[in-house]
Ligand binder design. Structure first.
Ligand code: ARG
Ligand code: ASP
Length: 712
């Protein structure tokens, strides 16, 4: 009897361990519905996706290409993360009117703020077009020829696919090119800012708490989607009206328990779950350490300035957060890969794979996959490392070199595409760079440059560093570059770009920033990029064969396609975890925890006075549970970057939370998902409503929503 119980327990644990995966909504029926129901889901797969009737998919748009959002009212009200709306909130802010600091609440439609350039895209329909995309590739022998044919097929198919004229179509590759799906989409360009809590709520804990559980952040912001009079997508216009979505999510505020079913629907960006062990070793030993080193140096400099100067703090807030985010993620990822023995686990799986191949007598087809990987990853190592140094140093962390690189590209455009393209791009730069200079501080940037150019000079593989950047005196070099470049200001940039191509090219030659970037970039494009691309293409082809073999050798396994910024569903349960020996983390945090972390005046852990008052009075309205206000919770949903802003949905299809992060111990889930410690972090929807209602007094927004009691 005892034995049986133990057995059942082990069985339960191992089926729970089956969780993880990011699934295609149109394929849930066959693949996942039964499992989802066994975990407690009460709705059916067709309530999530059905090409012929409205469902959850119609309530979940891609937000500006990088995040996810959900529709929460019949009048186009849209919910996403604070960090997803961050640069919009920032763009409406100034030292006098600082919406990052104070928060922002439109009390009527008229007060909502337009955001040129921001769009949201809904998925209307998903269709398998694998056969059409691969047509005519069977007899092509080289990888390059195959890819060309595929690209050609894709552009014809997406152009000719039947759709309404306001709709788009795009085709994406799944399972490393073993499957192609077409998405019919609708994109709305008039998206206005409706509300945002102050940073001390929306980004509470800032970078110290980022990627960390227990968490206490109200990471949300509100926008509204506008449409033309026919409820169709339209460019911004005063005359547009709030969009009526095909579906919006009802909101359940009567809570949930440990082990309750949850799913997260959204647009995960990129995962690499099927990499061979040798690739993971390269990430662990070479690539992550390099990127971490560069960003660490950049962040130290910027942080020093931000702490001393309020204007710089506003200017660099968004930039700093985005550099810091992946910096910290890579550190966590490396730790998690080591702790979970990902390399050893993969090696064991690879051994098993080879045995299966042998047993199936498929050696001729699949026997060399792993040794091919070994060879190519060894060969690509110095190129991959140089590429990361080049990108991180010149294109991600220093404003001046990013700009100089754009200017440098003009020269290549002229050579490749001629005068007209040159002039177009030049005009684009002149018009478009204003926003960049608004957040550019020459002194800060110079100090970052000084640190990073030294790293590049000494750490990046020597053979690919131009002679002029070897053995440098970083401090002298940065002084002379910043003193003499025209690109330190918007006016200077415009001055440099004025004139015909000959004149501009001559001026570029004399500019020390452009010249410096040109030296590094010429070398990079001549000696690193071509070889990297050649080897990378080889790896992509091998990975495709590997994927095909994995699917073939493991017909019953739960194999999901890597994330590729398309709509996916992940599901699991509300669950805590053990981050370390003898430590257990509960899955829910409360307002008490905000007060425990409170450090008056601190830029990360300050708490607004009004929130403290509400806490002291326990004025929680209908949003508390047993007298306590829930803030954040975690579950076993498998998410990644791009899932930010995704709805957390309960068993009945109601909104219960807003995804925004993952736990520190599980950040390696993009490469290796370990169900014991991988958790996604969500804001409890009751905290969101409490802030809108009690903190901001924006009751009119609550009235737009549909609040339900899920348990009744
Ligand atoms: N780590 C989360 C994600 O990858 C949140 C990032 C924003 N917050 C921050 N403190 N930088 O996007
Ligand atoms: N914070 C991430 C995002 O912005 C989500 C994650 O990586 O878990 O999409």
């Amino acid at each position: 009897m005892k034995f049986l119980r133990l057995f059942l327990l082990l069985f339960v644990i191992s089926t729970q361990a089956q969780q993880g995966g990011m699934w295609v909504p149109s394929l849930l029926k066959g693949m996942n519905e039964a499992e989802m129901k066994s975990l407690g889901m009460k709705i059916s797969a067709s309530d999530i996706y059905d090409a012929n009737k409205p469902g959850i998919k119609d309530a979940v748009p891609h937000f500006n290409g990088g995040c996810t959002a959900e529709m929460i009212s019949p009048k186009g009200l849209l919910l996403t993360n604070h960090h997803c709306g961050y640069s919009q909130i920032q763009s409406h802010s100034s030292v006098e009117n600082d919406y990052l600091e104070q928060g922002f609440w439109a009390m009527s439609l008229e007060e909502e703020l337009p955001n040129p350039g921001v769009d949201v895209t809904f998925v209307i329909k998903i269709e398998d077009v694998t056969t059409q995309v691969l047509a005519g590739t069977e007899n092509l022998t080289t990888e390059a020829e195959k890819q060309k044919k595929i690209e050609n097929n894709i552009s014809i198919l997406s152009r000719d696919f039947p759709k309404e004229k306001w709709q788009g179509a795009k085709i994406k590759n799944f399972f490393d090119g073993n499957q192609y799906l077409l998405f019919v989409t609708e994109t709305f360009d008039d998206v206005r800012l409706v509300g945002a809590p102050p940073t001390s709520i929306g980004k509470f804990g800032s970078d110290t708490d980022n990627w960390v559980w227990p968490r206490h952040t109200g990471d949300f912001s509100l926008f509204r989607v506008y449409a033309d009079k026919n409820n169709r997508p339209a460019k911004y216009s005063k005359d547009n009206i709030p969009y009526t979505p095909k579906h919006f999510l009802p909101i359940a505020i009567d809570g949930f328990k440990k082990d309750d079913f949850t799913m997260v629907v959204g647009y995960p960006g990129r995962t690499q779950e099927y990499l061979p062990a040798v690739a993971i070793e390269q990430i662990l030993n070479d690539l992550n350490p390099a990127k971490i080193e560069v960003r660490d140096a950049a962040l130290k400099v910027v942080d020093g300035f931000m702490r001393k100067d309020q204007a710089i703090k506003i200017q660099y807030a968004s930039k700093y957060a985005s550099i810091a985010n992946y910096y910290k993620k890579w550190i966590g990822e490396s730790k998690g890969l080591k702790k979970s023995n990902a390399v050893a686990v993969k090696k064991a799986e690879e051994k098993e794979f080879l045995q299966k191949v042998k047993k199936a007598k498929k050696q001729a087809e699949y026997g060399n996959i792993l040794s091919d990987f070994d060879k190519t990853y060894a060969e690509i190592a110095p190129y991959a490392l140089s590429r990361d140094y080049f990108t991180e140093v010149f294109l991600r962390n220093i404003g001046l070199t990013e700009t100089a690189f754009k200017v440098y590209q003009l020269e290549r455009i002229l050579a490749d595409k001629g005068e007209q393209s040159f002039n177009d791009r030049k005009q684009n730069l002149m018009d478009g760079m204003g926003a960049f200079y608004k957040n550019f501080n020459k002194t800060v940037d110079e100090k970052v440059f000084e640190q990073l150019i030294a790293i590049y000079s000494t750490q990046s593989p020597k053979q690919f560093v131009p002679a002029s950047l070897q053995n440098i005196n970083a401090s002298e070099l940065s002084k002379s570059v910043y003193a003499n470049t025209k690109l330190g200001s918007y006016e200077g940039l415009k001055e440099l770009l004025t004139g015909d191509s000959k004149t501009v090219l001559a001026k570029m030659k004399n500019d020390p920033a452009v010249a410096l970037v040109k030296a590094a970039a010429d070398k990079y494009f001549a000696e690193v990029a071509p070889k990297f691309e050649e080897l990378d293409l080889k790896n992509i082809a091998t990975q495709r064969t590997y994927m095909k073999a994995l699917l073939e050798m493991n017909p019953k396994a739960r194999i999901f396609p890597d994330a590729n910024s398309t709509l996916r569903v992940t599901y699991g349960k509300v669950q805590g975890y053990e981050p370390a020996d003898a430590v257990y983390y509960e899955p829910v945090t409360y307002l008490e925890g905000v007060m425990e972390k409170y450090v008056p005046g601190d830029y990360e852990f300050d708490v607004p006075a009004k929130l403290i008052d509400l806490y002291n009075m326990k004025d929680y309205g209908p949003y508390a549970e047993n007298g306590k206000l829930p803030i954040n919770f975690i579950a076993t949903n498998h998410t990644t970057g791009g899932n930010s802003g995704s709805p957390a949905i309960d068993a009945r299809g109601n909104l219960i939370g807003l995804n925004f992060d993952r736990v520190w111990e599980g950040t390696m889930s993009d490469i290796y998902y370990d169900p014991a410690i991988c958790r996604n972090i969500m804001v409890d929807i009751r905290y969101v409503l409490f802030i809108i209602d009690k903190y901001a007094n924006a009751k009119h927004l609550i009235n737009e929503m549909k609040i339900v009691k899920a348990k009744k």
